[in-house]
Design a protein around this ligand. Structure first.
Ligand SMILES: C[S@@+](CC[C@H](N)C(=O)[O-])C[C@H]1O[C@@H](n2cnc3c(N)ncnc32)[C@H](O)[C@@H]1O
Length: 318
């Protein structure tokens, strides 16, 4: 069973201003909560292309979206290859040869089934072989990262991606342990992380392994690199008037989205005393909402996972 409560469903899909005959891309299909809402608004000529790198999500979403028939195309891919996926799906190209769509949705991070299924090796709640790959055919597992990455790299990811104050101590405990025997399971890793955190600090901020597990997951799946790539290519693939909705769960993700949008919004960068513009730079995006949209109390009451979510929406200019 694939149980995932969709975050900011109404707001993210409404942000796309769906046209019944438009072409939409859900880059993070998961349990198809957003996709179903999009598909239900499509009429003749409308198309939804759903991407995911997780086979279980694709299988579940395929079933759920089957009533929409050939309006829906699902593709197994990392969303960082969005342009290639759209070309392969036969999306019409611009005069410059870039596939053109009316809307793109990203609901980042992992789905509840990925976290909850012990065999996927994401969770410190259940002991299982360390894995954490969204794409189970990808070469880098959490086991490999934890046992092979240099101590300085471990420290960096724990600090940067997990905002873990005790990153250096945790990395040192892991490296000492792996010199004796490889760290194989989520349970072993959680114990080592606990050891690296002073006893007094363990009692605050939830489970002591939470931040480090998140950091390792982000690194295993190169989540921030993939996000930068999909934003760069995705914005290029939007038609004039096309929209992009992005839901983030982490301050680093949100910063990447904010900066990618800002880079396209910036117009002339010539010094103010230049009589005419020589840079020729024009805005290619506009923000639909000045401030990110966050979930309301009703949503937070039924879905704790929505707590840190933020939605940013932008529109491509002509
Ligand atoms: C939060 S879930 C999406 C849930 C979905 N919006 C729903 O309503 O059910 C994120 C999904 O995106 C997928 N995903 C995350 N990063 C990805 C990437 N770089 N490429 C492809 N899929 C990715 C995950 O495998 C997961 O299924």
């Amino acid at each position: 069973m694939f149980h995932h409560i969709t975050v900011l469903k109404e707001e993210a899909v409404e942000g796309l201003a769906i046209k019944p005959d438009g072409i939409y891309v859900d880059c993070t299909l998961g349990g198809a909560g957003h996709s179903e809402r999009i598909a239900a608004q499509l009429g003749d000529g409308g198309r939804l292309i759903g991407l995911d790198q997780d086979d279980a999500a694709l299988a579940f979403a395929g079933e759920k979206l089957s009533p929409y028939g050939d309006k829906v195309t699902l593709v197994k891919t990392n969303f960082r290859y969005i342009r290639q996926a759209l070309e392969k799906a036969g999306v019409p190209l611009s005069a410059e040869g870039v596939p053109q769509v009316d809307g793109i949705l990203l609901d980042l991070g992992v789905s509840s089934p990925q976290l909850d299924d012990a065999d996927r090796g994401f969770s410190y709640h259940q002991d299982a072989e360390l894995d954490m790959r969204m794409d189970q055919t990808a070469p880098l597992t959490a086991r490999k990262l934890v046992n092979e990455w240099p101590e300085a790299e471990l420290t960096r990811i724990l600090f940067e991606y997990g905002e873990e104050k005790f990153a250096r101590r945790i990395a040192s405990v892991i490296v000492k342990a792996r010199e004796k025997a490889p760290v194989e399971t989520t349970g072993q890793l959680a114990e080592l992380i606990k050891e690296g955190i002073p006893a007094a600090a363990r009692r605050t901020g939830g489970h002591p392994a939470k931040r480090s597990f998140q950091a390792i997951r982000i690194a295993v799946n190169d989540e921030l690199g993939a996000l930068e790539d999909v934003l760069e290519q995705g914005i290029e693939c939007l038609k004039p008037g096309g929209r992009i909705s992005v839901i983030t769960f982490h301050s680093l993700e949100d910063r990447i989205v904010k900066q990618a949008f800002a880079g396209h919004i910036e117009s002339c960068t010539c010094p103010p005393d230049f009589p005419i513009c020589v840079c020729g730079r024009k805005s290619t995006l506009r923000l639909v909402n000045r401030k990110p949209i966050v979930p309301g109390d009703n949503e937070l009451e039924v879905n704790q996972r929505a707590r840190s979510s933020k939605l940013r929406i932008a529109e491509k200019l002509g």
